[in-house]
Design a protein around this ligand. Structure first.
Ligand SMILES: NC(=O)C1=CN([C@@H]2O[C@H](COP(=O)(O)OP(=O)(O)OC[C@H]3O[C@@H](n4cnc5c(N)ncnc54)[C@H](O)[C@@H]3O)[C@@H](O)[C@H]2O)[C@@H](O)CC1
Ligand SMILES: [K+]
Length: 552
C-alpha cells in the first residue's frame, strides 16, 4: 500500500536526506520543478517540445530550444512566499527554456524568501521579470491577456505555486483577484478552451494533512513529490469541496527520496495481495471458513440484517445465521435460502445461541432497533467473539459511550458514519468540524486514530473517504475518488452490506484491521464494477465477478 504523508513527515524526510549529504535542498527543488514540467508535458502533449525533454546533467540555460513555429505558449506562474514559490520560479525558468512566454507574479517579500527559493528567484530574474502583486498590476496584465468579455485567453497554462505543505491558515483574500482572473472557474468558456490550471504539490488553500479547503480552487492537475499527502485523499470538512475534488488528478513525482520511510505512515488501500488472502483451499470444510451470526431486528425491519448476512455469505463465511426475534421468524424464513435462521428473542436467547462455539463472528446493528441493540450488545461483547458493531448498536450508546468502550475488546470493529461518530465521540467530531486557526487542520485520520485508542478496538469511519485505525495508531485510508470513484455507492443499505462483508471476513479468520480494510476495498470495487443503477442488493451479487477479476 502507498504511504500518505503529512506535511511534517514530508519535511522530516526532506531534512533527513539533506542532513545525510545525499542531496541538497536546491537539488530537490530543481527536481521538483522538472517533475512538474514533465508532468505538464505528459498530460498535455501539445505543450511538449517537439524535440522531447532532455534535462541533461544540469539545469539548462533558457532559450536552448527554439521557439516552436506555432508561436510561444503562454504561462502565468503564481509564486508564493515559501519553497512552494521556489518550485514555481524553477518551473517558470524551465518553461522559458522551452520557448514559453512566462509571466511570473510573486506574492511575498523577496528579503524573507527561504534560501533555496531565493536562489531560484534570482535565477528566474536573470531570465524574466517578476510582476508586482497588487490588484492594479494584475488587472493590467489581465487586460492584455484576456479579451474583454473574458471568454478567450492568451495564456494556456496557469501554475499555482503559492502555498504547498506550508499553508497554515486560510488563503489570503488578496490572492483571490489573481486566481479568479487567471483561473476563471466561473465562466461560460468551455473547459477545453480555458487555460489549464496546475498546482504544485497542493492546490493552494488545500490543507495537506486534512483535505480541508481553506480557499483553494479546483485544478486540472496537481503534481506532488515523493508520496501523495493525506490532503490529496481526504475530503476534509466539506465532502464536495475538499481534497480529491480540488486536485482532479494527482501526479506523484520521484525526487530521489525513495529509500526513506515515514514514521507511522497512513496507508492508502489497494488490491495488492488481496487475491492470495481471499482464496480458499479446495479441500477445506465449510466450518474452516467460519460461522457468522447476524442479529436482526423485528418484523418489518429485517431487510438490513438480511443484506448484511448475504454479504457475509458471499464474501466467503462458511455458514451464516440470522438471529431473529420470534415475531420476525416467518418473515425472514420467506426470504432466505442459503442462510440459516435462529430464534434470538432477547439477551438470554443470544447467550444460549452463543453456546455454539463454532460461531466465531457476530454482526450487530443493521436494523436491530435501539432497545434490542442495548440488550444484545453486552452479551455479544462478553462472549469475546470477533464482532462488528454498526448503526443501532452504536447509536444506542449515544448517552454513555464509555459503557460501550469498556465492553469493547480488540476483536471488535466499530463502523460509524459521520452522525454515529459524532454521537460516540462528540469531542472529536467537534474538533474535526471546528475551523482550523493555525497550522494543518485536525483531520479525519487524527479523529479516527483517537477514537480507536479510546474505544480499544478498530474504528472504521465511513464516508467518501473511509479511514480505518486500530488502537496502536495503525491507519489506512480508502478514498472513493480518482480512479476509485464510486458515486452510486451512496445508496440506502450500502452500509449494511459493508458490515456484512467485514463480518464474513472476520468469520474467515481475518484480523479485524485486515477485515475492515479488505471489505472496504471490495465494497467500493463491487460498486464500481456494477456501475450506474446500483442498489445495495447488487453489491454482494457483484462479488463473484470482482473475485474473478482479482483472480481469487
Ligand atoms: N519538503 C520537501 O521535500 C520539498 C519541498 N518542496 C516544496 O516546498 C514546499 C513547502 O515549502 P514551505 O515549507 O516553505 O511552505 P510553503 O511554500 O507552502 O509556504 C510557507 C510560507 O507561506 C506562509 N503562509 C502559510 N500559509 C499562509 C496563508 N494562509 N497566508 C499567507 N501566508 C501563509 C508561511 O508563513 C511561509 O512563509 C512544498 O509544498 C513543495 O512545493 C519542493 O521544493 C521539493 C522538496
Ligand atoms: K500550490
Amino acid at each position: 500500500m502507498t504511504e500518505l504523508l503529512t506535511a511534517s513527515q514530508m519535511r522530516a524526510l526532506e531534512q533527513a536526506a539533506i542532513a545525510s549529504g545525499e542531496v541538497t535542498g536546491l537539488e530537490l527543488m530543481e527536481r521538483a520543478g522538472q517533475g512538474v514540467v514533465e508532468a505538464i508535458f505528459e498530460e498535455w502533449p501539445a505543450f511538449a517540445p517537439a524535440a522531447g525533454v532532455d534535462w541533461g546533467p544540469a539545469p539548462k540555460p533558457p532559450g536552448y530550444l527554439k521557439q516552436e513555429e506555432k508561436g510561444p505558449w503562454r504561462a502565468v506562474v503564481l509564486c508564493g512566499p515559501g519553497n512552494n514559490g521556489g518550485d514555481g520560479f524553477v518551473v517558470a525558468r524551465l518553461l522559458a527554456g522551452f520557448g514559453w512566454a512566462v509571466d511570473v507574479f510573486f506574492y511575498g517579500d523577496v528579503e524573507r524568501l527561504p534560501a533555496d527559493a531565493r536562489v531560484n528567484y534570482e535565477r528566474w530574474s536573470e531570465v524574466g521579470s517578476v510582476h508586482l502583486w497588487n490588484d492594479d498590476a494584475i488587472e493590467g496584465r489581465l487586460d492584455g491577456f484576456v479579451s474583454g468579455d473574458r471568454s478567450s485567453f492568451e495564456h494556456q497554462l496557469v501554475v499555482d505555486a503559492l502555498f504547498g505543505v506550508g499553508l497554515t491558515r486560510n488563503m489570503p483574500v488578496d490572492t483571490e483577484r489573481a486566481r479568479h482572473g487567471f483561473v476563471p472557474t466561473v465562466t461560460h468558456t468551455p473547459q477545453s478552451e480555458r487555460p489549464k490550471y496546475v498546482a504544485i504539490d497542493l492546490p493552494s488553500g488545500l490543507c495537506s494533512d486534512s483535505g480541508v479547503n481553506r480557499g483553494a480552487f479546483p485544478t486540472d492537475l496537481t503534481v506532488t513529490f515523493h508520496r501523495p499527502k493525506l490532503g490529496h485523499y481526504l475530503f476534509g470538512d466539506n465532502h464536495f469541496g475538499g481534497g480529491p475534488s480540488l486536485c482532479n488528478q494527482v501526479s506523484v513525482i520521484d525526487i530521489g527520496l525513495e529509500s526513506s520511510r515515514a514514521d507511522q505512515p497512513v496507508l492508502l488501500m489497494d488490491s495488492k495481495n488481496l487475491a492470495a488472502k481471499l482464496s480458499k483451499n479446495s479441500c477445506e470444510h465449510k466450518f474452516n471458513h467460519g460461522s457468522a451470526l447476524v442479529l436482526s431486528g423485528g418484523s418489518g425491519r429485517t431487510g438490513a440484517a438480511r443484506l448484511a448476512a448475504r454479504g457475509a455469505l458471499r464474501i466467503g463465511a462458511g455458514l451464516v445465521t440470522l438471529g431473529v426475534p420470534p415475531a420476525a421468524q416467518l418473515e425472514v424464513a420467506g426470504h432466505v435460502t442459503a442462510l440459516m435462521v435462529k430464534r434470538v428473542a432477547d439477551a438470554d436467547g443470544l447467550a444460549e445461541v452463543l453456546q455454539d462455539k463454532r460461531l466465531n463472528a457476530l454482526c450487530l446493528g443493521p436494523g436491530l432497533g435501539l432497545e434490542r441493540a442495548r440488550a444484545l450488545v453486552p452479551v455479544a461483547l462478553a462472549a469475546g467473539r470477533a464482532s462488528v458493531l454498526d448503526a443501532d448498536a452504536l447509536s444506542t450508546f449515544a448517552d454513555d459511550p464509555r459503557t460501550l468502550f469498556d465492553m469493547a475488546h480488540k476483536r471488535c470493529v466499530l463502523t460509524p458514519h459521520g452522525g454515529e461518530f459524532a454521537r460516540l465521540f462528540p469531542d472529536l467530531a467537534e474538533k474535526l468540524n471546528a475551523p482550523a486557526e493555525k497550522g494543518p487542520a485536525y483531520s479525519k485520520v487524527d479523529a479516527t486514530r483517537e477514537a480507536a485508542a479510546r474505544a480499544g478496538c478498530v474504528v472504521l469511519f465511513k464516508g467518501p473517504d473511509t479511514v480505518i485505525a486500530d488502537p496502536s495508531g495503525r491507519c489506512s485510508v480508502h478514498a472513493a475518488a480518482y480512479d476509485r470513484a464510486a458515486p452510486w455507492l451512496a445508496t440506502a443499505g450500502a452500509g449494511d452490506v459493508l458490515a456484512g462483508f467485514i463480518t464474513g471476513l472476520l468469520a474467515r479468520g481475518f484480523a479485524p484491521m485486515q477485515a475492515a480494510e479488505t471489505a472496504t476495498w471490495l465494497h467500493v470495487e463491487c460498486a464500481r464494477s456494477f456501475g450506474p443503477g446500483l442498489i445495495a442488493e447488487d453489491l454482494s451479487e457483484q462479488l463473484p465477478h470482482v473475485f474473478r477479476e482479482l483472480e481469487v
